[in-house]
Design a protein around this ligand. Structure first.
Ligand code: GUN
Length: 282
């Protein structure tokens, strides 16, 4: 039997409608939600992502402001810009688009952002709050993944969730969210031995490694729920995930496609985090 497909767009559209209402409510309280994005240099992918974020804000009525800095900007100048935004009461969310140029210390920059404006959820304070299951600004892709699982009625409690990938942006926080929801969580990564044996025991398999079609049907248990966070552009122009969709769909019970799966959820959750940060300012 073929898996049912968990599309992100349906849910993303629904949440974006709810966000429009949140924006109106905040405006009634004299709060106009605003996201400030800092982009350094001219990495084409970063420019595309920032444009997408700006457009998404505009569509739901969140104000956005993009501050462009030259690739040779000093770390001190970047920190000064962040401080201005930290102190600006009209700014609720601050996002520094990654990657940063080599000469800039990413850790120092991310730690400089006010944790209550940290809409990426990368500040150690938010990472810590998530790890002890406190209210936090949580990274967007992990939030989007869990929202998708909920929307498609995937039960999480007591299930074995296997996460392949241990990045700070996706792998680690999605595992923590699932653990906070009472899943039994196993992390796998590039040094994991017997990967297949572990992934074969997953009720929920989250793949976030950035390697095109790494996971085929041999890695998946019959009836598992598979979430593909990969997004690789092939030379042919085709975009594929970390999961060989055509092979895995015949064995999984539910699966996200690439594109149109997790992707549309990430920016939606950024909008959500901006609203949350705006509410913190009340
Ligand atoms: N670059 C790639 N993904 C992200 C993200 O989620 N947030 C930021 N700030 N930069 C990124």
């Amino acid at each position: 039997m073929s898996a049912s497909i968990m599309y992100g767009k349906v849910l993303a559209d629904k949440i974006r409608e709810e966000i429009k209402t949140d924006v109106q409510e905040l405006v009634q309280h004299q709060i106009k939600p605003k996201l400030s994005v800092l982009i350094i240099g001219d990495n084409p992918a970063s420019k595309t992502y920032v444009r997408m974020k700006q457009k998404a804000c505009e569509k739901v009525g969140i104000e956005s402001d993009v501050i462009k800095l030259q690739s040779d900007v000093s770390e001190d100048e970047l920190l000064k810009q962040i401080e201005l935004l930290n102190n600006d009461r009209s700014v609720h969310g601050i996002l520094v688009q990654l990657p940063l140029p080599e000469h800039v210390n990413e850790k120092r920059v991310l730690e400089y952002i006010d944790p209550n404006k940290d809409v990426d959820g990368f500040h150690p304070i938010n990472v810590g709050r998530l790890s002890i299951d406190q209210d936090a600004l949580v990274p967007c892709t992990p939030l989007g993944i869990v929202a998708l699982l909920d929307y498609y009625n995937v039960s999480i409690e007591g299930k074995h969730a296997v996460v392949i990938g241990r990045s700070n942006i996706v792998g680690k926080p999605v595992g923590q969210l699932l653990l906070n929801r009472q899943a039994t969580v196993t992390y796998c990564h590039s040094k994991t031995q017997n990967l297949k044996e572990i992934t074969k025991t997953a009720d929920i398999l989250i793949v976030a490694v950035g390697r095109a079609e790494l996971i085929n049907e041999e890695y998946v248990k019959e009836g598992a729920v598979v979430v593909d966070v990969g997004n690789t552009f092939l030379e042919t122009g085709k975009v594929v995930g970390d999961v060989a969709f055509d092979q895995v769909k015949d064995i999984a019970s539910q699966i996200t496609p690439v594109p149109k799966g997790v992707g549309p959820m990430t920016i939606t959750m950024l909008l959500n985090n901006t609203i949350k940060a705006a509410k913190y300012s009340m």
